[in-house]
Design a protein around this ligand. Structure first.
Ligand SMILES: Nc1nc2c(c(=O)[nH]1)N=C([C@H](O)[C@@H](O)CO)CN2
Length: 113
């Protein structure tokens, strides 16, 4: 899992949102068989959460989507396609987007198939 990964990016459907950077937060669950790495104690045998995080940070920082739905979908595709993850659940939050609320988010599940 990667929990609470916060990144500043251009995100939003309103004109004023195209002029600023706002914080989005990613929570990511990824299916992976950890038994080989548990035996070998070798990072090469597992899914490197740091590598996944760095790739997503770079992508999100350079993106400028309108909807958090679109941003979430692209992030999911990157993780599945580039890291061979068979299944994931991704929550894309935009805290502070709605006054009076603690958070707004979309939650998606995607598979490689
Ligand atoms: N389902 C969604 N609804 C809304 C989104 C979104 O990304 N998905 N975005 C906005 C605005 O950008 C809002 O965050 C500005 O405060 C409104 N509704």
């Amino acid at each position: 899992m990667i929990e609470g990964l916060e990144v500043r990016t251009v995100i939003g459907i309103y004109d004023w949102e195209r002029e600023i950077r706002q914080t989005v937060r990613l929570d990511l669950e990824m299916a992976w068989d950890t038994s080989k790495a548990a035996r070998s104690d070798d990072i090469a045998d597992t899914l490197d959460y740091k590598a996944v995080s760095k790739r997503l940070i770079g992508f999100v920082e350079g993106s400028s989507f309108g909807l958090i739905e679109a941003l979430a979908e692209h992030c999911a595709r990157i993780v599945i396609d580039e890291f061979n993850v068979p299944w994931l659940r991704l929550k894309m939050s935009k805290p502070g987007a709605v006054r009076g609320s603690e958070n707004v988010a979309v939650l998606i599940e995607r598979s490689a198939a």
